[in-house]
Design a protein around this ligand. Structure first.
Ligand SMILES: Cc1ncc(C[n+]2csc(CCOP(=O)(O)OP(=O)(O)O)c2C)c(N)n1
Length: 658
C-alpha cells in the first residue's frame, strides 16, 4: 500500500470539501474532513470498482449512509476517475449539478443510493447484501463465479441511532450477511451537541449481540483502516462485519474539529488558514499531480481486475445461455405481459382482495423468476407468500420469500436496497395501517424511482374487530400525497389482477397495492377486460348511464360494490366511475379523463372508507363525499361500515341531497 500517496489524496480530498462548502456557503464539512483517510483507503486501495462502468455487476457497492457528508462521496468519486468533473464538484449544491446537497441515485455516477434521511443507507446496504447473496445463489455455477463482491456502508452516530438501522442491522446479523461491512464513523459528535448528550450505549456490544464481528481502529491510521477492511473482506465467521473507526470530526480545521461546530459549515471562516496548514496552495479546488498520477495507476489496476472478470463473465454466458438471458432481462427491466399470465377468477367467487392478490401473485411469480416477496411477520394475513418459492435464510440463499420480522421500516429500506441493485424485483407486505412505519423509505423509493411493490392489506375500517388502531382512515390519502407513488386500491378480484400486473410491469417507480381484509363480491356486471384494464388506466366507467348523464358516483376498492348498487336506485342518468388509482388516471390524456368525468356533469358523489380530502379533486365544489373523517370503531367490520355510513343506502341518500 502506498501510504504517502494516500496521505496526499486525503489532503486533497479535504481541500476539495473545504473549497466546495466554502464556495456555496452550505453543506457539511465535518464528515468529509473526519473520514478523509477512510475515503483514501477505500477508493485508493480496498474497493473493487471500475469508474468507467459504474454499474459493473461485480463491483463492491459503497453506500454513504451519512448522506449529509455528500462532499466525501463527490471528492472521492472525482479523484477515482468517475464521470464527475472538477466543474461539477465546484457546482456543489447548485441547480442541476451532479453534486446535489445529498447523494441522489440516478443523478451521479457511482452514487448507489439516495441518502440523507439518516439510517436509510444502512438498511439499503442490507438490501444490497441480500441481493448479492441471492445473485450468487441464482447465477454462480460450480464452474464460474460471477458474483463475489462486498457491500460497504459508511455510517455515523446519527445513522446508528435511527431505528431503521437498528432493525436492519439485527436482521443482517440474523441472516448472517457476511458480505456486508459497516464502517462506523465514531466521532462522538452529532448535530446539536457531543453525542454523549443523547447516547451512552456500548455500540460494539450492541453489534456483537446482533451477531456481527466488530473491530475497533484509529480511523486516521491508513494501515489500520486497510488491515481492518482486508480482514473484514476475508472473514470466514459467517457474520456481518463492523469496523468502528474512531475519528476526529472536522480534522484539518483545528478551531472546530472534535466538536459539533465541525458538523455543518461553521468551519468555513477558518478554511484559508487550515488550507495553508495542510500544505494546500492558494489555488482552490486544487488536486496535486501526484494524486492524479496515483489514481490513474489505481484505475489501470482496477481495470485489469475488471477485464479479468469480463473474461470469466463471457465464459459464464457461453456456458449458461438461459441464465444470461434472465440476467440481461432483469438489468434491462424487461417484464413479460403479465395480464396474459393471470387466469380469470371464478365469477361466483366472493373473496377478499388480499386473497385475490395471493392467487394472482403465483402466476406472476412464475412469469418473473427474480420476483421476491417478503412480509413483516404477516405472511399468514397478507397472503403474499410465493408457494414453492422457499424461504431466504442462512441455509437457503435462493429462497424467494423474505421474513423481515416485525421490522416494517427496515423492510421498506431493504427493499429499496434490493431495487437499487437492480437485479431482483422486491415486494413486501404488512397491514396498511403500518405503512406509516415504513413511510420514510417509501418516500425515498418514490424519489429515487425504484420499482418496489408494496402489498399492503387490511385496508380500511372493514378490518373490524381489531379496532381503530388497526383501521386505516387517513392512510390511503397520505400515501396518495407522495409524488411518483402509484396507489392502487382495487375493487374486486379482476381489478386486483390488473393492479398486480400494472404494479409489476411498471419499472420506473414504486406501486402500493391496497387490499381488503374482508370478502367482496366479484363485479361481473363490468366486463372482465374492462376491470383489468381499468386498473392500468386508474379510472374508468364501470357502469354507463342509459339516459342523459346527470349524476356520477365515484368509488374505489371495497366501496365500488356500493356505488354499483346505489346506481340501480338512482335512475338511468347515473354513471359509476371506478377509481382504483388516482395517479394513473391523472397520467391519461385530457380527452380520456374528460370522457370518464365530463366537466359538464357537476352532480358527483364519491364513496371511500377513508378521509374525504383526496376526493374533492374529483367531486368539485358542487359534489359531496361519503367518507370516514374520524377514527374507526372496535366491532365486526360490517357493523363499523354500517355505523360510519359506508353503505349503498347512505350513498343514495347523499346523492339525492344534491
Ligand atoms: C432522519 C434524519 N433526522 C435528522 C436529520 C438532520 N441531521 C443531519 S446530520 C445530523 C446529525 C448526524 O450526526 P452524525 O451521524 O454523528 O454525523 P456527524 O456529526 O458525525 O457528521 C442530523 C440530526 C437527518 N438528516 N435525517
Amino acid at each position: 500500500m502506498n501510504i504517502p500517496s494516500l496521505e496526499l489524496a486525503a489532503r486533497d480530498a479535504r481541500g476539495l470539501a473545504m473549497d466546495a462548502v466554502a464556495k456555496c456557503k452550505s453543506g457539511h464539512l465535518g464528515l468529509p474532513l473526519g473520514t478523509a483517510e477512510i475515503g483514501a483507503v477505500l477508493f485508493g486501495h480496498a474497493l473493487s470498482y471500475n469508474p468507467d462502468e459504474p454499474r459493473w455487476l461485480n463491483r463492491d457497492r459503497f453506500i454513504l449512509s451519512a448522506g449529509h457528508g455528500s462532499m466525501f462521496l463527490y471528492s472521492w468519486l472525482h479523484l477515482a476517475g468517475y464521470a464527475l468533473s472538477l466543474e461539477e464538484v465546484k457546482n456543489f449544491r447548485q441547480l442541476h449539478s451532479l453534486t446535489p446537497g445529498h447523494p441522489e441515485f440516478h443523478e451521479t455516477p457511482g452514487v448507489e443510493a439516495t441518502t440523507g434521511p439518516l439510517g436509510q443507507g444502512v438498511s439499503n446496504a442490507v438490501g444490497y447484501a441480500i441481493s448479492a447473496k441471492m445473485s450468487e445463489a441464482k447465477f454462480n455455477t460450480a464452474a464460474h463465479s460471477i458474483f463475489d463482491h462486498h457491500v460497504i456502508v459508511l455510517a455515523g452516530d446519527g445513522c446508528l441511532q435511527e431505528g431503521v438501522a437498528q432493525e436492519a442491522s439485527a436482521l443482517a446479523g440474523h441472516l448472517g450477511l457476511d458480505n456486508l461491512i459497516l464502517i462506523y464513523d465514531s466521532n462522538n459528535v452529532t448535530l446539536d451537541a457531543m453525542a454523549p448528550v443523547s447516547q451512552s450505549e456500548d455500540t460494539a456490544a450492541r453489534y456483537h449481540a446482533y451477531g456481527w464481528d466488530v473491530q475497533e481502529i484509529d480511523g486516521h491510521n491508513l494501515q489500520e483502516i486497510a488491515d481492518a477492511v482486508a480482514s473484514a473482506k476475508a472473514a470466514t465467521s459467517g457474520k456481518p462485519q463492523m469496523i468502528i473507526a474512531k475519528t476526529l470530526i472536522g480534522k484539518g480545521i483545528p478551531e472546530v474539529s472534535g466538536t459539533n461546530k465541525a458538523h455543518g459549515e461553521a468551519g468555513v471562516k477558518f478554511v484559508a488558514e487550515s488550507r495553508k496548514a495542510l500544505g494546500l496552495p492558494e489555488e482552490t479546488f486544487f488536486v496535486d499531480p501526484g494524486t492524479r498520477e496515483y489514481f490513474a495507476k489505481v484505475k489501470a489496476c482496477l481495470k485489469a481486475g475488471y477485464e479479468n472478470w469480463v473474461g470469466k463473465y463471457e465464459a459464464w454466458r457461453a456456458a449458461n445461455a438461459d441464465l444470461a438471458t434472465e440476467l440481461d432481462n432483469a438489468i434491462a427491466g424487461k417484464v413479460p405481459d403479465l395480464r396474459k399470465a393471470i387466469p380469470a377468477f371464478d365469477p361466483a367467487s366472493n373473496i377478499a382482495t388480499r386473497k385475490a392478490g395471493s392467487d394472482v401473485l403465483q402466476p406472476i411469480a412464475a412469469a418473473m423468476p427474480l420476483l421476491i416477496s417478503g412480509s413483516a411477520d404477516l405472511h399468514g394475513s397478507t397472503l403474499n407468500y410465493i408457494k414453492d418459492g422457499g424461504d431466504f435464510n442462512r441455509e437457503n440463499r435462493a429462497g424467494r420469500n423474505l421474513h423481515f420480522g416485525i421490522r416494517e421500516h427496515a423492510m421498506c429500506g431493504i427493499m429499496n436496497g434490493i431495487a437499487y441493485d437492480g437485479i431482483f424485483r422486491p415486494s413486501g407486505a404488512t397491514f396498511l395501517v403500518f405503512s406509516d412505519y415504513g413511510r420514510p423509505s417509501i418516500r425515498v423509493a418514490a424519489l429515487s424511482h425504484l420499482p418496489v411493490v408494496y402489498i399492503f392489506t387490511h385496508d380500511s375500517i372493514g378490518v373490524g374487530e381489531d379496532g381503530p388502531t388497526h383501521e386505516p382512515v387517513e392512510t390511503v390519502a397520505a400515501l396518495r400525497a407522495i409524488p411518483g407513488l402509484d396507489v392502487i386500491r382495487p375493487g374486486d378480484p379482476e381489478e386486483t389482477a390488473g393492479a398486480f400486473a400494472a404494479a409489476f410491469e411498471k419499472t420506473t417507480g414504486p406501486t402500493m397495492l391496497i387490499l381488503s381484509r374482508q370478502s367482496i363480491p366479484t363485479l361481473n356486471d363490468i366486463p372482465l377486460d374492462v376491470r383489468r384494464e381499468g386498473a392500468f388506466l386508474g379510472g374508468y366507467i364501470a357502469k354507463k348511464e342509459s339516459a342523459p348523464l346527470d349524476l356520477i358516483l365515484l368509488a374505489s376498492g371495497s366501496e365500488l360494490q356500493h356505488a354499483i348498487k346505489a346506481a340501480a336506485e338512482l335512475g338511468a342518468g347515473t354513471r359509476v366511475v371506478s377509481m382504483p388509482c388516482f395517479e394513473r388516471f391523472e397520467s391519461q390524456s385530457e380527452e380520456y379523463r374528460e370522457s370518464v368525468l365530463p366537466r359538464a356533469c357537476r352532480r358527483r358523489v364519491s364513496i371511500e372508507a377513508g378521509v374525504s380530502d383526496p376526493w374533492f379533486r374529483y367531486v368539485g365544489l358542487d359534489g359531496k363525499t361519503v367518507a370516514v373523517d374520524r377514527f374507526g370503531l372496535s366491532a365486526p367490520g360490517n357493523v363499523v361500515m354500517e355505523q360510519l355510513g359506508i353503505t349503498a343506502s347512505h350513498l343514495v341518500e347523499v346523492a339525492k341531497s344534491i
